[in-house]
Design a protein around this ligand. Structure first.
Ligand SMILES: Cc1cc2nc3c(=O)[nH]c(=O)nc-3n(C[C@H](O)[C@H](O)[C@H](O)COP(=O)(O)O)c2cc1C
Length: 170
């Protein structure tokens, strides 16, 4: 898999088979998060891995936008320290690393951000100073792993020199 291939083709996957995940694969996904860059290399993120069905069901109950997590083989809850203004950006970098590492191993994944944050903190036993920034579900896809992306055209989102000026590489 090339990086360009992953960028062009990877899609979010919210439906998974029951096939178990090899421990090495799970470790590789978490290690990809650990290796992500973070502002000033603070590495303030923490990752809680959940793979028991009862825990995944509890995540689903606490979520407003991620009920599909109960279907996942495992979930990673990403906690970050809001003392750093860029803490959510750091979470995004780590999450992208995990999702690409998973995709390379033919695992599907999806992120969600809607949940009862206090409920999540209490469920996980997380210290108050951490924000619960996102949850990512992983599993063998029960839907196409790749396909056509629905994205705005480049000239709608990229400008040259000043906002609104057409981007022109030539
Ligand atoms: C910051 C962020 C938050 C997201 N939150 C949710 C969410 O709460 N629930 C969900 O099902 N998907 C969520 N997604 C997934 C997006 O809906 C998905 O990335 C987008 O639709 C593009 O999907 P595609 O790459 O499959 O085309 C989130 C994605 C991002 C980047």
């Amino acid at each position: 898999m090339s990086v360009a291939d992953a960028i062009e083709r990877r899609l979010e996957v919210r439906s998974y088979t029951d096939e178990p995940i090899a421990p090495d694969t799970k470790r590789a996904v978490l290690d990809a998060a650990r290796l992500a860059p973070s502002g000033k290399n603070t590495q303030h993120w923490r990752f809680v891995v959940l793979d028991e069905l009862a825990d995944l069901e509890r995540l689903g109950e606490l979520s407003t936008t991620g009920a599909w997590i109960t279907d996942a083989a495992f979930a990673v809850v990403v906690l970050t320290d809001p003392e750093y203004t860029y803490h959510r950006l750091d979470a995004g970098r780590a999450i992208t690393h995990m999702q690409l590492a998973a995709w390379e191993r033919e695992l599907g994944s999806c992120i969600y951000t809607g949940y009862d944050e206090e409920g999540m903190r209490s469920f996980l036993g997380a210290p108050d100073r951490y924000a619960v920034t996102a949850v990512v579900g992983f599993g063998h896809p029960d839907e196409p792993l790749e396909g056509r992306k629905r994205r705005r055209p480049l000239d709608e989102v990229a400008f040259e020199g000043r906002f609104g000026e057409p981007f022109d590489v030539d």
